[in-house]
Structures are given as C-alpha cells and as structure tokens.
Design a protein around this ligand. Structure first.
Ligand code: 13P
Length: 249
C-alpha cells in the first residue's frame, strides 16, 4: 500500500529563532492520522531542525540540492552534504525553482539521478500554469514534465520517488484546485505511470497535491482516491493549521 504523506514546505521563511519556535509548537501537536509527516526548513536551519526532531516522528527534508557531488558551484549544496547531516529526502522541481532559478526538466533529471545515487528519497514536483489550464493543455504539460525528468529511470527507482502535483495557479493564491480537478489530474498521473511501468508500480507511488491546502479544504481533497497527501506551503508555518491538515486523513 502506498503511504499517506503530509509535508510542510517552509520555503524561504523562518530564521533560526523562528524555526525553534515553530518546532516547539509542532512538538506540542498530536497526530491522530496515519500520515507520514515531513517539514522542509531552509538550508541554514536543517541541521538544527534535524537535531531537534530526531526523536520525533517528523522527518526533516531539504527544499533543493545540486546535481554535482562537489566542486566549483558557489552557493550550492550536494546530496552527500545533506546526507551527512542526516537528511534523507529532498524536494526537487518546485515550480518556484523552475520559474525563478531556471530549473528545467533536463537539470531536474540530473538532480533526481544524484539524489537516488545517494539513496535519498525524492519528492518530485510539477504542475501546469494557468495559461496551460485555460488552453486545456494541463495533461500534456504535466505528462511531459514527468516523462522528461523521470522516465529514464528503472522501475526500482520509484521506491524512492514521491510525486507532488502543484498547479502553479493554486500556489499561494488561496485558489485551490477543486477536489475533482485534483483527482482527475492524479488519476491521469497514475495512468501515465501505469502505461510505462505497469499497474503495480503506479499503485505504489504516493501522489501529493499542493496549492492552497488549508485545514478547511484538506479533508475533502484527501478523500479523493488518488490523492495520497499534501505538500503544504503557507499553512505549514502554523503548527496548529499544519496538524489540522495532517489529521485530515
Ligand atoms: P501554498 O500552500 O502556500 O499554496 O504553497 C504550496 C506549495 O508551493 C508547497 O510546496
């Protein structure tokens, strides 16, 4: 059975003191669902967060990494550096990285390879822009993002891949995809996987939805059969809201 996962992407928010405050608040919450819980602080706070949460059931994950192992890449962080501080999962391909830092399907394929070569788990993000949806191209866009970055992989690799569908028009806008829109796209994503790798593999991969998930809408979105969890931005910055979402399963 695939896992339910709720991951908080803190983006470029929270300095060290704010990170400590949020972690303390998270530790005061009670989990009543079976969802795996993850949080993704900024690079500067990863080590501290990892140390603070090592006895908890919250996994600390990274928001990005470079594809090279080391070398002359000023400002970048490698998979082995993340692993050396205990981080075992990395978010790759977030639409903000694609939009503001020129990440492409090709560079993301290299990052995915580097993460998997280091035995890390990847939360691979993708999603269409508003113009794509208005033109009815959302499935074509999402299908090609998945194929270009992941379909060179063998089936074994998907044990360490989680997919995150995040329609760009729903991120930070307060406008969420309807539960039906999310379900339709997740079913399309699973079919895309099934066509290439077979039903068993497609059924085993967790597909998260991201984009304005809040306590008020999480339960309805998570009730859809192909939605296996959420990648949460704004609502992950408040411990109570985040756990209301975690417990929406
Ligand atoms: P919001 O939940 O703030 O819309 O952000 C979603 C997101 O980008 C998570 O990665």
């Amino acid at each position: 059975m695939r896992k339910n996962i709720v991951a908080g992407n803190w983006k470029m928010n929270n300095d060290l003191a704010q990170t400590e405050t949020l972690i303390t608040a998270l530790q005061g919450q009670t989990k009543t669902s079976n969802a795996e819980v993850m949080v993704a602080p900024t690079f500067t706070n990863l080590w501290h967060a990892f140390q603070s949460l090592r006895e908890s059931d919250i996994e600390v994950v990274a928001q990005n990494m470079h594809f090279a192992e080391n070398g002359a890449y000023t400002g970048e962080i490698s998979a082995s550096m993340l692993k050396s501080i205990g981080v075992k999962t990395v978010i790759l391909g977030h639409s903000e990285r694609r939009a503001y830092f020129n990440e492409t399907d090709e560079s993301l394929a290299k990052k995915v390879d580097a993460a998997l070569a280091n035995d890390m788990r990847v939360i691979f993000c993708f999603g269409e822009e508003l113009a794509d949806r208005k033109a009815g191209n959302e499935e074509a866009v999402v299908g090609s993002q998945i194929k270009n970055a992941l379909f060179h992989l063998g089936a074994e690799a998907f044990k360490n891949i989680v997919l995150a569908y995040e329609p760009v028009w729903a991120i930070g806008t307060g406008e969420t995809a309807s539960p039906e829109q999310a379900q339709d796209m997740h079913a399309f994503i699973r079919k895309t996987l099934s066509d290439k790798y077979g039903n068993d593999l497609a059924d085993s991969v967790s597909i998260l939805y991201g984009g304005s998930v809040k306590p008020a809408n999480a339960q309805e979105i998570f009730s859809k059969p192909d939605v296996d969890g959420g990648l949460i931005g704004g609502a992950a910055l408040k411990a109570e809201d985040f756990y209301a979402i975690v417990n929406a399963f």
